[in-house]
Design a protein around this ligand. Structure first.
Ligand code: C2E
Ligand code: MG
Ligand code: MG
Length: 563
């Protein structure tokens, strides 16, 4: 038995907790030996610098707040958690209980790292490994809170696997588990790293996506597409592949005042509405936006059957030579005769077709149909070429060149009578990929035009490396050609550049005689626009005179006469 003072010292020396005294500047002034055992630093090292230097950067702010809150004229106790760096560079979680007596801090800290790790495990769903309900809801709250700091929107998507009970019945619970695991894996793969996928139990998942630029319909639609994409391929199970669909209910948060529980309830309402309409549907809870998203999804669904129902057709607009005002070719432009809305221009549905991938089969059809029409015209003796628009998505298809080749073979149209128009921006998005495809098309013998040229002006430098034959000056430059000296300078520069590179230039959107005069004086070789003819059905197309077989016609791709 020692003196009471010896007892205190013995307790201090042997305590399994971390005992510390710190001054008001945050320097430790007294530490028990346990610190050395837990963190690996010597006590001298720990006392040599402000204790905050050992705290995890993410925890510093919170720690400072806790300390500031308690540091006053009167004694006060505070409890908080933070991570401390060990000598080995790993982090240990400490739970602090600290008392401020007006002069200095007396603290007890416990190493709670093991408990924290267990907690982390309890935040994840055991079956699928994604966040569990608690963690996913927490992430949703955090995403909403961040809305205050940045513009944009966050969305909560509740995703329900349709007919999981049927799957359980026919494939057993093991089969159901495989499906749930595959769905959560695919959701996690398809979403961005910053997004959260959580399982809400049963057949229900929560997806939290944030940073949607303006919370507009297209951003939300893109998330829906990604979620639906997770269900696109059948899931292999021991009893063979299972096809599953998912229903989606979406709620959008645009300001940090939104309550996460309210948002989830809205998403649930939307989900129930989606389920009531059948499987694999998505509904948005947001009056105005819901309407727009619904409209786009509906249009996409209708577009899917439009080809079979023969609602798509092609109109042709003449391309006219400046030499003699004669048509030398025409551009194929897509039209959709919508059953209830009447004729739709590409602007109303092309984006949807692009996003959805529908542009691939539709584009292939446009190509075939254009070749077929061209073959018919050529059989009547009209010597002309047809320009066909190709979207970025088509160009990125590995078999695109094969599709072109087949259309040529089946219709017997010579490759050099087809010009494929790709937009400058499509090429710029993936220059290397585009180059490969364009090179292969070139080898095939088809011509390539850069459409809407001038809008992505940076590409002048890329141009030299690109295998193109024609530049189509965007119509925005032609619109102001007469009034704007700048636009005139751009067109002149394009003509000069093209002349040097041996490319043909086509000016788009020529509407007035004045524009025509300016272009003629600049030596623009080919024009297209309402002045010469609107896009019309094949029967109404202004064709070059029929020529007798064997009588040669001037080459189609006239090189510009401008220097
Ligand atoms: P684009 O390839 O630049 O086609 C020219 C567009 O300008 C056409 O619009 C045409 O009608 C319009 N236009 C022609 N001359 C004039 C004019 O003098 N004044 C005005 N204001 N406009 C004129 P359209 O048919 O609505 O097509 C819009 C765009 O949709 C096309 O622009 C093209 O990028 C795209 N597109 C059309 N058909 C297809 C297709 O089959 N596949 C793909 N991928 N895209 C297509
Ligand atoms: Mg075009
Ligand atoms: Mg264009």
């Amino acid at each position: 038995m020692g003196s009471p003072k010896d007892d205190v010292v013995r307790f201090f020396e042997r305590s399994p907790d971390l005992l510390a005294i710190a001054d008001r500047r945050g320097y430790f002034t007294c530490l028990n030996p346990e610190w050395e055992a837990v963190l690996g630093w010597s006590r001298e090292e720990l006392m040599a610098e402000p204790s905050l230097n050992f705290v995890h950067p993410e925890d510093v702010e919170r720690t400072c707040q806790e300390i500031a809150r308690a540091t006053g004229p009167s004694p006060c106790t505070t409890r908080y958690e933070n991570r401390f760096r060990t000598r080995d560079g790993v982090w240990r979680w400490l739970l602090w209980s600290a008392r401020w007596d007006g002069e200095e801090w007396s603290s007890v800290a416990k190493d709670i790292t093991t408990r924290k790790e267990l907690e982390r495990h309890s935040l994840h769903d055991a079956l699928t490994g994604v966040a569990n309900r608690a963690l996913a809801t927490d992430r949703l709250c955090a995403a909403i809170a961040r809305l205050g700091r940045s513009a944009g929107a966050a969305v909560a998507l509740l995703v329900d696997v349709d007919d999981l009970t049927t799957i359980n019945d026919t494939h057993g619970h093991a089969g159901g588990d495989i499906v749930l695991r595959a769905v959560s894996d695919r959701l996690s793969e398809r979403l961005r790293a910053a997004d959260t996928v959580g399982r809400f139990g049963g057949d229900r998942f929560l997806v939290v996506a944030e940073g949607l630029a303006d919370g507009g319909a297209s951003g939300i639609e893109a998330v829906i597409e990604r979620v639906h994409g997770a269900f696109a391929r059948p899931i292999p199970t021991r009893n063979g592949p299972v096809t599953v669909t998912g229903s989606v209910g979406i709620a959008v948060a645009r300001d940090p005042g939104v309550d996460a529980e309210d948002l989830l309830r809205d998403a649930d309402v939307a989900l129930r509405r989606a389920k009531s309409k059948g499987r694999g549907r998505a509904e948005v809870y947001d009056a105005a936006l819901a309407e727009e998203v619904r409209h786009r999804l509906e249009l996409a669904a209708q577009l899917r059957g439009a080809l079979q129902r023969k609602e798509l057709r092609i109109v042709f607009q003449p391309l006219v030579s400046m030499l003699d005002g004669a048509p030398i070719g025409c551009e194929a432009l897509l039209r959709w005769d919508h059953p209830s809305r009447g004729e739709l221009l590409p602007g109303a549905f092309l984006r949807i077709a692009e996003d959805d991938g529908l542009i691939v089969p539709i584009g292939a059809w446009v190509l075939e149909e254009s070749c077929r029409q061209l073959a018919a015209w050529r059989a009547q003796g009209h010597d002309l070429w047809v320009s066909v628009n190709v979207s970025a998505r088509q160009l990125a298809q590995l078999d695109f060149v094969a599709v072109v080749e087949r259309a040529l073979r089946e219709t017997g149209v010579p490759a050099n009578a087809i010009c494929l128009e790709v937009t400058e921006t499509a090429v710029l998005r993936r220059p290397d990929m585009a180059r490969l495809a364009l090179d292969a098309l070139r080898r095939l013998g088809v011509r390539v035009a850069l459409d809407d040229f001038g809008l992505g002006y940076s590409s002048l430098t890329h141009l030299k490396a690109l295998p193109v034959d024609v530049l189509k000056v965007d119509r925005s430059f032609i619109a102001d050609l007469v009034a704007s000296t700048e636009d005139r300078a751009v067109v002149e520069a394009v003509l000069t550049l093209a002349g040097r590179m041996g490319l043909t230039v086509i000016a788009e959107g020529v509407e007035t005689a004045e524009q025509d005069d300016v272009l003629r004086s600049m030596g623009c070789p080919v024009v297209q626009g309402f002045l010469y003819g609107r896009p019309v059905p094949p029967a109404d197309v202004l064709l070059p005179d029929a020529v007798l077989p064997g009588v040669p016609r001037p080459s189609i791709a006239t090189t510009p006469t401008a220097a």
